[in-house]
Design a protein around this ligand. Structure first.
Ligand code: LLP
Length: 468
């Protein structure tokens, strides 16, 4: 292992080790077909990073189709298996907000997953990609009447109602259209979970859902049951993101099933389904050790079976909505390095700033959530030692950081390619045009071929939006 150098230890996060080999690829961070060729160039889907950059330019999101689809199918199968004996299987709704394109929706349709959307833009992509309308869910705390109407006209399988007001809106639109609207109720179960911790007492203070503790959820059930235009398909809860601790799901499932049971007692209605939402964690750095789909499905099946047994009720159909844990690890962002700069810090440490040709416009997560990422030199292998580096973008803002801390080879320089893994979720989907930067494209790779899923924007695209 290389010594990180004078004073650096003090500024290196505790989880980050100076690598023995700067070319090493930690398997949990990279999609399954990523490797290095004989020259040390990063490869994915049978293509080298250099070829991809030459064909598609940089920055570019490079999505490993085999990896994405294998994860999606692993979720589908793990949930079907784990719940097979309990309730005839469980449905997996891929959360399209993490990343969606028509090409991705096509994989979802071909591979037999359902789709979770939260706007008409998202469900339009799903329908375009051939996802069965009745396998699409529509979420949102402020859906427009137009979105609700379009969803009902398209025959979406469920509208997840988020407020008391919305019950009346959906009912009135269903009445106008002469249809019965399938709805679920999004329940705030009083659990908020992120990464390693969760709090199971409070966290009602947010915009989503109908409060269980405050009695809104029960009131909503009574109102929906009273509307002939609405068919209550079940209860839903989503408790957060990047969760590694299944204890949070246990509390949420218990509370949701308690209400499910209450509905049976009060209204004599056995709801067909509960949805436990998404939020299963993925690895962004060596610090994260996510559970796989089989373990997640197995644990959730145990939890649901135990709760139903203790409440003396039949197990309803279960559904989940993973986004990040399917799309996130499938993709890396490929950048070209520009300037590098060493900065002296108090205590004698130095930090190297490595600038790339994108930044917070293609990955806002570092600035917005203080998220950690990793990076590696992609255009070649290096024999230089690792130096503590910060990968920054080209935006006019000092918070424009992509990777806060990584040991990059000391000889990384202008013209090199740099890859940042784990950027398949909430990076392209949250990209902006800050500083009038065109957003990068998304390219999928498989078996030695690349395909554009989302075209790179051009300066002309941006000028076309400007009214002049
Ligand atoms: N279901 C519902 C109702 C959700 O609200 C979400 C995420 C998911 C499923 C999928 O969660 P996932 O499995 O992807 O964690 N922009 C933030 C994440 C916001 C998540 C919003 N809802 C980020 O970049 O971390």
């Amino acid at each position: 292992m290389h010594s990180p150098g004078a004073g650096v230890t003090a500024i290196v996060p505790s989880w980050l080790q100076a690598p023995a080999d700067v070319n090493e690829l930690l398997p949990q961070l990279w999609s399954r077909t990523v490797g290095r060729d004989a020259d040390g160039v990063l490869t994915v889907g049978g293509l080298s990073a250099a070829e991809i950059a030459a064909t598609h330019g940089t920055p570019v999101f490079v999505l490993d189709e085999e990896d994405f689809r294998a994860r999606a199918v692993a979720y589908r199968d793990a949930f079907a298996d784990a719940f097979a004996d309990l309730c005839d299987g469980a449905d997996v709704y891929y959360a399209g907000k993490s990343f969606l394109a028509t090409g991705v929706a096509r994989w979802i349709a071909e591979d037999g997953l359902h789709l979770d959307t939260c706007s008409s833009g998202e469900f339009t992509l799903g329908l375009r990609g051939g996802v069965r309308p009745d396998w699409i869910a529509l979420h949102g705390n402020n859906k427009s009447r137009g979105e609700i109407r379009a969803a009902l006209q398209a025959g979406l399988g469920r509208i997840v109602v988020d407020s008391l007001e919305e019950i009346e809106v959906v009912a009135s639109i269903a009445r106008e259209l002469g249809v019965v609207a399938p709805v679920m109720l999004r329940v705030t179960v009083g659990v908020e979970a992120h990464t390693h911790s969760y709090i199971a007492t409070a966290h009602e203070d947010q915009k989503f859902g109908l409060s269980l503790a405050g009695g809104q959820a029960e009131l909503a059930v009574a109102r929906v049951v009273g509307h002939p235009e609405l068919q209550l398909r079940g209860l839903h809860s989503h408790i957060g993101s990047q969760i590694f601790d299944m204890g949070a799901f246990e509390v949420s499932a218990r509370r949701l099933l308690g209400l499910h049971h209450g509905v049976q007692r009060e209204h004599g209605v056995e709801l067909p389904e509960i949805d436990l939402g998404g939020g299963f964690g993925m690895a962004y750095t060596s610090e994260h050790q996510p559970l796989g789909p089989a373990e997640i499905a197995g644990r959730l099946a145990e939890i649901v079976a135990r709760e139903c047994l203790s409440q003396g009720i039949a197990v309803p159909k279960v559904s989940v909505e993973p986004g990040r844990s399917i799309s996130g690890p499938s993709t890396f962002t490929l950048y070209e390095v520009g300037t590098t700069k060493d900065v002296a810090l108090d205590g004698g440490a130095r930090r190297r700033y490595v600038s790339v040709d994108g930044g917070m416009s293609d990955n806002i997560r570092t600035a917005l959530y203080d998220a950690d990422y990793s990076a590696t030199l992609a255009s070649r292998a290096s024999t230089a030692p690792g130096v503590l580096s910060r990968v920054v973008g080209k935006h006019c803002e000092s918070g424009d950081v992509v990777v806060k801390d990584e040991f990059l080879p000391a000889d990384a320089a202008a013209g090199d390619l740099l890859a940042v893994p784990g950027t398949g979720a909430y990076c392209r989907s949250m990209a902006s045009n800050y500083n009038q930067l065109p957003r990068p494209g998304v390219v999928s790779v498989r078996d030695g071929a690349s395909r554009v899923l989302v075209r790179r924007e051009t300066p002309e695209d941006l000028l076309a939006l400007d009214a002049g």
